[in-house]
Design a protein around this ligand. Structure first.
Ligand SMILES: NC(=O)c1ccc[n+]([C@@H]2O[C@H](COP(=O)([O-])OP(=O)(O)OC[C@H]3O[C@@H](n4cnc5c(N)ncnc54)[C@H](OP(=O)(O)O)[C@@H]3O)[C@@H](O)[C@H]2O)c1
Length: 299
């Protein structure tokens, strides 16, 4: 079993390097590529050539244009990476008869309402990033290759920068923080996404009917403000000295950004749970683990 992993050094890509190992031979590339293999999703002919030469049984695409605000001023580049490159991957995997695993986002929805989004509900992205990610999903579906598209949310990892680490740094420096309280979702660890990807791939190889889009997020929900409170409270309990005295709740309107973001990022993951027989842990589990790993404190 030959598995090509693209975007090996991103939050999810890094964890996939570990989680995919027991499934077969993993050829992992970053945008620099290696040994003549192209890992840059901006090089569409090179990408096609690489798949033709390598003939992988599975491609896992963890690379993406993820700079949500910057995408507003670079729509062509975002589209190339998030939509045109996945279209090439899908076309090649259709020819090869193998599986394509791809990741998408809650940002394909407009964030209206209070209910968790299901896979079959209408999409209406509010920003360029979400629009290009949706186009990537559509290209994969149209190719009719065997695919697993995992829509996830609020990803964090021990490696790289993330909201939890930023909160700890700011809480050590400032007496007051202002954090958005009207966007709600589930922080989801790259570790969980990678482990579930490996589990689903094992199952899907013998169950082609599993092909499709799945929502994949940790259980429960929280606002960014609630998430910040949790992180800071955990750190205090572990004996960290923090300067912060007040964590004020603000609205999205109080914090304008180039890209508009959805208020309701809740994802209904029952299709994933039912199809693959999975249990999804509460979001707090992974965040506690992240804090232990990154702060080096023990409880
Ligand atoms: N982060 C989130 O909160 C979030 C939420 C929902 C869904 N997702 C989706 O989950 C997936 C994984 O996200 P992540 O959090 O792991 O993202 P990430 O940490 O930003 O990693 C993205 C990776 O893509 C690589 N990349 C960017 N442009 C590339 C190009 N032209 N060619 C090759 N590689 C390129 C980046 O490499 P460089 O470091 O060299 O730029 C980076 O390693 C993505 O599909 C993303 O859309 C993420």
């Amino acid at each position: 079993m030959k598995i090509l992993l693209l975007g090996k050094n991103g939050q999810v890509g890094w964890e996939l390097q570990r989680a995919l190992q027991p499934l077969g031979q993993v050829i992992a590339l970053d945008r620099a590529g290696e040994c003549g293999l192209v890992g840059n999703l901006g090089d569409l002919p090179g990408l096609r050539r690489t798949l033709c030469d390598l003939k992988p049984d599975i491609v896992v695409n963890a690379a993406a244009y993820t700079a949500v605000d910057k995408a507003e001023s670079e729509p062509a580049l975002a589209r190339r990476i998030n939509a045109e490159a996945p279209a090439i991957l899908a076309e090649c995997m259709k020819k090869l008869g193998g599986w394509l695993v791809h990741y998408s986002t809650d940002y394909v929805f407009d964030g209206s309402g209070q209910q968790p989004w299901r896979e079959d509900q209408s999409t209406a992205p509010l920003n360029v990033y979400g629009q290009t990610k949706r186009e990537g999903e559509q290209a994969i579906q149209a190719s009719d290759c065997k695919h697993l598209i995992f829509r996830t949310s609020w990803v964090y990892a021990a490696r790289g920068n993330n909201f939890a680490k930023t909160m700890l740094r700011l809480a050590a420096e400032r007496e007051q923080l202002k954090i958005i309280d009207d966007q709600v979702g589930a922080p989801t660890s790259a570790e969980l996404i990678a482990d579930i990807t490996a589990h689903c791939l094992r199952t899907a190889r013998n169950k082609p009917v599993a092909s499709g889009i799945y929502h994949l997020a940790a259980a429960g929900e929280v606002s960014w403000h609630g998430y910040a409170n949790f992180v800071i409270e955990q750190a205090r309990q572990a004996g960290q000295e923090l300067a912060v005295q007040k964590i004020a709740a603000i609205t999205t309107a109080d914090y304008p950004t180039p890209a508009q973001r959805p208020l309701n990022s809740r994802l209904d993951c029952s299709k994933l749970r039912d199809t693959f027989g999975l249990h999804l842990p509460d979001w707090q589990n992974g965040v506690e683990r992240l804090l232990l790993e990154t702060q080096g404190y023990s409880s």
